[in-house]
Design a protein around this ligand. Structure first.
Ligand code: ADP
Length: 165
């Protein structure tokens, strides 16, 4: 039996990309032939970083991984997966709240588009890492250097210096 070439799509806001996201990406590259990190841009969401900035930060971190590419997308994840010929959606899990949230979406995506979602458990040290919390901590001057890579830490400082509260 010949094994199929599997291209996985890892969609998310990545606002900004964190060590938790990178942990999932590093675990995933050994499982799939190709991994596409898909940076969502939804008019309904308020982001700290523009999609170009989120893409640039991710690209900088992943550019030396030959089987990983970074894309920006708008609209439905399943449409993005379809247009990029990804057979699988990848999501990371931190806790039971993530499971509950992801379960319904994964079942819906399978039922309407026939696409499977694969879940990877985060490394224990990243179980509490979220972009939302990182933005909040950084906004109030907290140290997030253990939770995000140095390029992201620098961009967070620059971005928040420009913003008044
Ligand atoms: P979204 O708005 O789609 O949830 P995120 O950037 O917050 O976008 O998350 C993208 C994916 O990465 C989701 O599957 C999320 O569960 C996962 N993720 C986020 N943080 C972590 C982490 N610390 N460990 C593992 N997975 C994570």
């Amino acid at each position: 039996m010949v094994r199929k070439y599997v291209r996985a799509l890892f969609p998310g806001s990545f606002d900004p990309i964190t060590n938790g996201h990178l942990d999932v990406i590093h675990r995933a590259v050994v499982m799939f032939d190709e991994l596409i990190v898909a940076i969502g841009d939804s008019p309904k969401k308020e982001y700290l970083f523009t999609s170009e900035q989120r893409l640039e930060m991710a690209h900088e971190l992943l550019k030396d991984m030959p089987d990983v590419t970074v894309h920006r997308f708008t609209g439905l994840t399943i449409e993005c997966a379809r247009s990029l010929n990804a057979q699988v959606i990848l999501r990371g899990l931190r806790n039971m709240t993530d499971v509950q949230y992801e379960f319904q979406i994964a079942l819906t995506n399978r039922s309407i588009a026939g696409i499977e979602t694969v879940f990877i458990m985060t490394g224990e040290q990243y179980g509490f890492t979220s972009s939302t919390l990182i933005r909040e901590v950084a906004r109030y001057g907290g140290d997030v250097s253990g939770l995000v890579p140095p390029n992201v830490c620098k961009k967070l400082k620059e971005k928040l210096k420009d913003q008044s509260f």
